[in-house]
Design a protein around this ligand. Structure first.
Ligand code: SD4
Length: 336
């Protein structure tokens, strides 16, 4: 049963986040972080190098939309990363299918889902936003659109991903692993990665976001998670702020998670409070399921205040708002 007392206690008491340096945990940090502008935040430890790429654009007065695209491309291109982009783990049938979406300060958005053979889905999503009257292209249509716009179609399944898939086939047990994203902090290790959701506020105070993933490893062919779904894996509203999610996408879609977080901020909640409420909503609806899965939200408002909260421990996020400030933080969680 969902523990209402624990819920109320947690909501009232709030939570704390501990700052992590790249080498380990640093000093405790108050509940809601506050940054100066410009700023970029993103999910998981690979958010640190991704933020750096975004920061290069933001520090020159560049647009948030350019920053989040550049940032998201970093893990997409990382061959050691098996849950975003090129080297992502395949589905049950051995296909690498990628999902991504992007959204700018004017509410323009674009997305691709279940796209094969193209290694930078975030850039294809941006082209969908800019060059078509549509929001979402899927499967063969997304691939065709990408090729027509100069992307090279190529085999994405790397030898390492293929080996891992064949190993999995021996038992073929489909079971999401809690915090597979963060089993080790060693960059390049098999677990050190997951969906990247990124939010940036540029020097003008405009907000944009990006989200990109290869989705759950060994998923059914054709399965699409929350990451390319505007409102689920990502939502930004230039009047309010933005939110993004990571974890088991089905539960995020069911609750329209990122839109919910932004709407809660619109009603006056801090980013931290909004992320907590969205996680509690998921737990309350399916308490037994929630015990077995991870879902995390990351949010920022127009003032540069940010927050993060997850069902399970282990969720990390990166913040960069100055040349040297590229820290990794530990998000609070419902289960301790
Ligand atoms: C999905 N949300 O496809 C993504 C995957 C993820 O931790 O973030 N896993 O459901």
């Amino acid at each position: 049963m969902f523990n209402r007392r624990k819920f109320i206690k947690l909501s009232a008491a709030g939570a704390s986040v501990a700052a992590l340096s790249r080498t380990g945990f640093a000093a405790a940090k108050p509940l809601a972080g506050q940054s100066s502008l410009p700023v970029v935040i993103s999910t998981w430890d690979f958010g640190v190098p991704a933020n750096k790429a975004a920061w290069e654009i933001l520090k020159k007065g560049g647009r948030a939309i350019d920053a989040v695209e550049a940032g998201a491309r970093i893990p997409e291109a990382d061959l050691n990363n098996h849950s975003v982009g090129r080297a992502g783990y395949p589905d049950r049938d051995g296909h690498v299918t990628l999902d991504a979406c992007i959204m700018d300060e004017s509410g323009n958005c674009g997305a691709v889902a279940a796209m094969e053979d193209i290694d930078h889905p975030i850039s294809v999503a941006r082209l969908v936003m800019e060059k078509t009257p549509h929001v979402l292209l899927v499967g063969d249509g997304a691939r065709q659109f990408a090729v027509e716009h100069g992307f090279k179609a190529q085999k994405l399944l790397t030898p390492e991903s293929e080996k891992a898939w064949k190993e999995w086939l021996k038992t073929a047990k489909y079971e999401p692993v809690i915090n597979i994203e963060n089993k080790s902090y060693k960059r390049g290790s098999e677990y050190n990665h997951d969906t990247i959701g990124m939010l940036a506020l540029d020097a003008k105070g405009n907000i944009s976001g990006a989200c990109t993933t290869s989705g759950m490893a060994w998923k059914l062919h054709g399965r699409v998670g929350d990451s390319p779904i505007i409102g689920a894996g990502l939502y930004v509203d230039n009047e309010v702020g933005g939110a993004t999610s990571t974890g088991v996408g089905e539960e995020v879609i069911r609750n329209v998670g990122s839109f919910l977080v932004v709407e809660l901020m619109r009603q006056g909640r801090s980013p931290q409070e909004a992320c907590e409420e969205a996680v509690h909503r998921i737990i309350k609806k399916k308490p037994e399921t929630a015990k077995q899965i991870q879902v995390g939200f990351l949010a920022i408002n127009k003032k540069g205040e940010y927050g993060a909260y997850a069902i399970q421990t282990g969720f990390t996020y990166a913040v960069c708002d100055s040349e040297k400030q590229d820290k990794l933080f530990k998000g609070e969680s419902f289960y301790k």
